[in-house]
Design a protein around this ligand. Structure first.
Ligand code: PMP
Length: 438
């Protein structure tokens, strides 16, 4: 034994695989932002997920969560999580295939299928795994997947994993989608179009009726990620597909429990033959521990509330709050990014033409300005999410605000008061922010 490092087996030693973690560009940017107190990420919430939370020792109005219905603190949801722990323990320590299936998983799958109006559904441990584990399994080399350029990262990950040919089209541009479908027809394999129903940063809605029509015309299958639409849009809260009347033309619908359903986990709803195939073939389903009892119990209780007589008022509540925040921000002169009109045939999410989703993004443009504004709002008692490049196109930095059904008007007024004060001080020092016509 000697103290010196072993001699490399060959004279050309490889570079250290860890070299990339040192001194990279992102590290320098992160450190500079952190040193200036401008890093909008990794802040610690010291209280339960509520409309107003404690973060870093002070109260902040929570405009940065996906807890759209506010069900994370509903006593029935909490009780269901406790009951699941009492009955089945803290974890299942195994895959769904082996020792990790409890009756709650099966009940939840049955209720999701009934909610979505599909033959069957399968529950994954996270929404990310639902996308990766479905796209990576259903698609194979030789197939083509046509995806919106603003689709969620987990969709892209699943597409890349599958090694199918990926053809992206410009966000929500139907002519670009059609071009890619024409090209895909010449690729020779099966074709799947995959889009977010509601886009997570922009908060806008995919034109699903037109997309479904194009899929029909070009013989492609359609998958819609309903992470942000489920529990919010449509009269049953079944998502953008329900809102736009295309449920029977969407082949696969993905959703998560980490937003309206107040828990953690994900699902795919669709035809029995496809769901059964995922059950025996999806590696992200088979080779991971199943969703823990508390998470499944909570999601099931939240789903039952959405599907009960209480559902419509909750759905209307979150959209009303989104409208109130959006209108207030616009009156203050902020550039709110509004979802596109849905076309004459489609009503707004709650039957009104005035299209809104719980996501109300404010365009700032410049990354540093967005970080400065985030900090000023944080200090003024409001937490918002910040979307910087590469999460959004260069020069398209957003403050992503989002509301819950349980925000009271006084919470939103408190937040709007902070937005007003912060804008005045910010513009005096840093120049004008983009306005409503930007
Ligand atoms: N799809 C979309 C559109 C999302 O926004 C997210 C999460 N933000 C996911 C999938 C992944 O879901 P989960 O957080 O449950 O893993």
């Amino acid at each position: 034994m000697t103290d010196s490092a072993p001699a490399p087996a060959t004279s050309t030693a490889p570079v250290d695989v860890f070299a990339k973690v040192r001194g990279h560009e992102r590290e320098a940017q992160l450190n500079a932002a952190r040193d200036a107190g401008l890093l909008p990420y990794f802040h610690v919430q010291e209280s339960a997920a509520q409309p107003v939370v404690v973060m870093e020792g002070a109260e902040r109005v929570q405009l940065g969560s996906n807890n759209y219905l506010g069900l994370t603190s509903d006593p029935r949801v909490l009780q269901a999580a406790h009951d699941a722990i009492d009955a089945y323990g803290s974890g299942l320590t195994g895959s769904r295939l082996l020792n990790g299936t409890i009756p709650l998983h099966l009940e939840l799958e049955r209720e999701i299928a009934a909610w979505m109006g599909t033959e069957d559904a399968i529950v994954f441990s996270t929404g990310h795994q639902a996308n990766v584990g479905t796209l990576g399994t259903i698609l194979a080399p030789g197939d083509t997947v046509v995806a919106d350029s603003a689709d969620h990262a987990s969709i892209l990950d699943g597409c890349l994993l599958s090694r199918a040919k990926l053809r992206a089209f410009r966000h929500n541009k139907l002519d670009k989608l059609e071009k890619q479908l024409q090209r895909a027809a010449g690729d020779g394999g099966g074709v799947l179009v995959v889009v977010d129903g509601v886009f997570s940063m922009e908060g806008d809605i995919a034109p699903l009726a037109e997309i479904a029509e194009l899929c029909g015309r070009y013989g492609a299958r359609l998958m819609v990620d309903e992470a942000h639409g489920a529990g919010v849009l449509g009269t049953r809260g079944a998502g953008a597909s329900e809102l736009l009347g295309v449920e029977d033309r969407v082949d696969l619908r993905m959703g998560t429990f980490s937003k309206s359903l107040a828990s953690c986990g994900g699902f795919i709803a669709g035809a029995t033959e496809v769901v059964d195939y995922l059950r025996i073939s999806s590696r992200a389903f088979l080779f991971t521990a199943s969703a823990v009892p508390a998470a499944v119990g909570a999601a099931l209780a939240a789903l039952r509330i959405v599907r009960s007589d209480e559902g419509p008022a909750l759905l209307a509540g979150v959209l009303d709050n989104a409208r109130y925040l959006r209108d207030g921000l616009e009156q203050l002169g902020y550039a709110v990014v509004r979802p596109q009109a849905l076309g004459a045939a489609a009503p707004g999410p709650d039957g009104r033409d005035d299209v809104v989703t719980p996501i109300v993004p404010v365009l700032v443009g410049d990354d540093w300005k967005a970080a400065l504004l985030w900090r000023a709002l944080f200090d003024a008692g409001v937490f918002v999410n910040t979307a910087l490049h590469p999460a959004v196109p260069p020069g398209g930095a957003l403050l992503r605000t989002s509301v819950m059904a349980t925000h009271r008007r006084e919470d939103l007024d408190r937040a709007l008061g902070a937005f007003e004060r912060v804008k005045r001080a910010f513009e005096a020092e840093h120049g004008e922010l983009p306005g409503p016509d930007s």
